[in-house]
Design a protein around this ligand. Structure first.
Ligand code: SAH
Ligand code: SF4
Ligand code: F3S
Length: 452
């Protein structure tokens, strides 16, 4: 046991944020106290991300800042958790004495022991990856969310080996968390008043625990609480289950929103990326999503400037995005990562300025599409789950539609966690403005379809 104060700073994807909550729980069980700033802490952890060069650069800079804190405070311990830990443990320990402890994503149960080693004056490292660890029995201590929407990990690792991606190396093999422990966590969240859960994994549609697949998991999860909304992130286009589309269409609390990473729009790029689907298969899939779930909203991830990408291939990405008309896209310039297939076999040969230009072309087109899509929303009614005050004004609330669009409207008597029926009045490319109609619920709103 230890009574030290700890602070965790988290970078990267939702999985990492979710992991920080597990770390929180492990440390608090050991007697440690969470604090809100690095300055108050005896132990500082940085939960790191390796996905792109700039993610790592940010972490290095932060570690340097903590080194100056260490100079003022002798007994301060600094630790690196997460995806960078795995990849560059030796460098981290040697490099300018920045760090005392390095712990990979599958070794968090070992944290109390490792901290004790540091107390004995040693550096402590555990970056072993596991074939089984899912932290199924650990209830995360939720610190980073708004008390309304929460993330629940359903699987860890990734076996896909996309040519550009470091995740299989940082997080190891794919494994699914037992169904029961997922359902228990959702039940607890419901008891605590949470209204929205996003099920997380690097490749959620390969969830398989005993004879339960991802569609069955979604079915069971959504039955825990009919007034709780469910989303998931991210599925892979290669094996997206059609029965799940029918389930989403008929179950009101399964959100009509699917994040479906395309990465690129040309067959040759997809092949080099080791994404095992064609442009046509991807377009057939999104067509099917629209056909089965009429008002479904789609978002995607795109990488631009991947090895050997030609202007023609880039044009194919633009045209795919124009065809699908995504409501949201996360767009990145390719960043070479060590150990990946692309690093070993290809040349990162698209010049930086070309990558930048292509990236701004897809961003510009996407912003226009989003604004046009959002204009179509004006006059429509939506059910919004209130997440809190809007960023701009305490007189306004913000929340999301079922289709994951951010909406802002006058506060009136509504509160965080309420479902409010609204009518959309205006928009930008990122936000919808609305007037509230009345407090409602999933049962009520979807029982009588909104009049348009
Ligand atoms: N497992 C998720 C994605 C995880 S990483 C999935 O497959 O959907 C999130 C996104 O980062 C990826 O979808 C990809 O678009 C982007 N990304 C991954 N590696 C990258 C790299 N080396 N350079 C640039 N972007 C990358
Ligand atoms: Fe990376 Fe591909 Fe796995 Fe996603 S599916 S985490 S992009 S290897
Ligand atoms: Fe980054 Fe690791 Fe997530 S590399 S994106 S934190 S899985």
């Amino acid at each position: 046991m230890s009574d030290k104060r700890f602070y965790i700073e988290t970078y990267g994807c939702q999985m990492n944020f979710s992991d920080s909550e597990i770390v929180n729980s492990i440390l608090m069980k050991d007697g440690m106290q969470p604090v809100q700033t690095a300055e108050e802490a005896d132990v500082i952890f940085v939960n790191t991300c390796s996905i792109r060069e700039n993610a790592e650069t940010r972490v290095w800079n932060r570690l340097k800042e903590f080194r100056s804190l260490k100079k003022e405070k002798d007994d301060l311990t600094v630790g690196v958790l997460g995806c960078m830990a795995e990849r560059i443990r030796d460098q981290i320990i040697d490099r300018e004495q920045l760090v005392d402890i390095v712990v990979g994503p599958d070794a968090y149960r070992d944290l109390p022991n490792l901290l004790a080693e540091v107390d004995d004056g040693r550096k402590a490292v555990n970056v072993l990856l596991s074939l089984e660890e899912t932290y199924a029995d650990i209830s995360p201590v939720r610190t980073s969310d708004n008390g309304v929407s929460a993330f629940v990990s359903i699987m860890r690792g990734c076996d896909n080996m996309c040519a550009f991606c470091v995740v299989p190396f940082t997080r190891g093999r794919e494994r699914s968390r037992p169904l029961k422990s997922i359902l228990n966590e959702i039940q607890q969240l419901s008891d605590q008043g949470y209204k929205e859960v996003t099920l997380l994994g690097q490749n959620v549609n390969s969830y398989q625990y005993e004879d339960v697949d991802f569609t069955q998991l979604m079915d069971q999860a959504s039955k825990v609480d009919p007034e709780m909304r469910f989303r998931f992130s991210s599925p892979h286009p290669k094996d997206f289950p059609e029965p799940l589309l029918h389930l989403i269409a008929k179950r009101p609390n399964l959100c009509s929103y699917i994040h479906i990473p395309a990465q690129a729009g040309s067959d040759t790029t997809l092949e080099r990326m080791r994404r095992p689907y064609t442009r046509e298969q991807y377009l057939n899939l999104t067509d099917k999503m629209r056909e089965i779930i009429p008002d479904v909203s789609l978002s995607t991830d795109i990488i631009t400037g991947f090895c050997d990408e030609t202007e023609e291939e880039h044009a194919d990405t633009l045209s795919l995005m124009k065809k699908v008309r995504f409501d949201l896209a996360y767009m990145f310039a390719y960043s070479e990562r060590e150990r990946t297939l692309a690093h070993r076999k290809y040349d990162d040969n698209v010049p930086e300025d070309v990558k930048k230009r292509r990236l701004s072309e897809i961003i510009e087109q996407q912003m226009n599409i989003q604004e046009e899509n959002n204009k179509q929303e004006i006059g429509k009614r939506h059910l919004v789950l209130v997440e809190g005050e809007s960023k701009r004004s305490s007189e306004q609330l913000s929340g999301r539609t079922d289709t994951n669009k951010m909406v802002v409207f006058d506060r009136k008597d509504f509160q965080k966690g309420d479902y409010v029926e609204v009518e959309i009045t205006d928009c930008t490319s990122a936000t919808l403005m609305a007037k509230p109609v009345k407090k409602s619920s999933i049962q009520e709103f979807y029982a009588e379809p909104a009049l348009v």
